[in-house]
Design a protein around this ligand. Structure first.
Ligand SMILES: [Zn+2]
Ligand SMILES: [Zn+2]
Ligand SMILES: [Zn+2]
Length: 307
């Protein structure tokens, strides 16, 4: 059976798992959907591998060989195929595009649910299916140059579309309330609307009363009811948002909370701004040296030496 057929089978199975009323099948739903996406990616790599290369582009090991004409060709060796990171590297270097942010999110969900047996609400899985829908739809259309509805079949396609619509609509409702709050920080706003609930992983988080003063606002997860006070949400969401690049998020020199967004020159909780230019040498104070003293690390060191 071809890789593409396997990919489609896996995706269809995953969607059937979702439709089942047995909650245990949600694990196999996430597993099948993620496997299906990886197989789609591998199909693409296999389909553009040079003829006679034994599908070199999907093999972890690729070795040079001399063919009968004395030409060097690269051939795939062994059974091991590329993993997620290797697919990503090859896509980047080949100019093949997909929504990696969504793919990574699906992968993280799958990993969490398999290894930590995280409780996941049906809303969280809806969100995963929405991400999956967008990845699969665009990849089949743009990279495989085929019709996703035709490939997946009417039933699976219908599930993807309807589940995504429900989720997108609820998400929109949630964001509408959040939009009424003035955060004064673009990063904080982005962090909050992309945050997933700590207890059920759902992205359906909203505010109960946006008219309240900011510090009195309670955030609430519409899927499981988990509540977050303002400060807690700010710290959790920023921590997640800046998890890949923590240098942008530092301990606030004023309130000590890890909520100071360096490039916005402002703390998302107490809203104070520290001095970012060194009073002694006039240079920008780097994130790791910003302590509210108004001096860079070097100047602080030099001044202490003078004492
Ligand atoms: Zn929740
Ligand atoms: Zn602060
Ligand atoms: Zn200085």
């Amino acid at each position: 059976m071809s890789i593409l057929n396997n990919a489609i089978d896996s995706l269809v199975l995953g969607l059937e798992d979702f439709e089942s009323s047995n909650p245990k099948r949600l694990i196999s739903c996430t597993r099948n959907l993620f496997a299906g996406i990886l197989l789609l990616f591998k199909h693409k790599l296999a389909s553009i591998s040079p003829a006679g290369s034994d599908e070199a582009l999907i093999k972890q090991k690729v070795l040079p060989q001399v063919d009968t004409d004395g030409k060097v060709i690269w051939k795939g060796k062994g059974k091991k195929t590329v993993d997620v990171q290797e697919i990503r590297d090859r896509f980047t270097s080949l100019g093949i595009k997909t929504h990696w942010d969504r793919v990574e999110k699906i992968n993280k969900f799958r990993n969490d649910i398999e290894h930590y047996h995280t409780d996941m609400s049906k809303d969280a899985i809806r969100q995963l299916i929405t991400d999956c829908f967008i990845v699969v739809r665009d990849f089949i259309t743009d990279e495989i140059k085929d019709d996703p509805k035709k490939l997946l079949g009417d039933e699976a396609w219908e599930t993807l579309v309807s589940v995504s619509e429900v989720y997108e609509k609820e998400k929109e409702e949630c964001v509408k309330f959040i939009d009424e709050v003035v955060f004064g920080s673009d990063a904080l706003y982005e962090a909050i609307i992309s945050y997933n609930c700590i207890s059920c992983s759902s992205g359906l988080i909203t505010v109960d009363d946006p008219k309240l003063p900011k510090e009195d606002i309670t955030f609430v997860c519409k899927s499981c009811g988990q509540e977050y006070v303002y400060e807690q949400m700010v710290e959790l969401s920023l921590g997640e948002y800046f998890s890949d690049d923590s240098s942008y998020l530092i301990d606030c020199p004023e309130c000590d909370k890890k909520a100071y967004i360096y490039h916005e020159q402002r703390c998302a909780i107490c809203e104070e701004s520290a001095e970012h230019t060194c009073e002694r040498c006039g240079e920008d104070i780097p994130a790791e040296e910003l302590d509210g003293s108004g001096f860079c690390g070097w100047c602080t060191h030099m001044m202490n030496k003078d004492d």
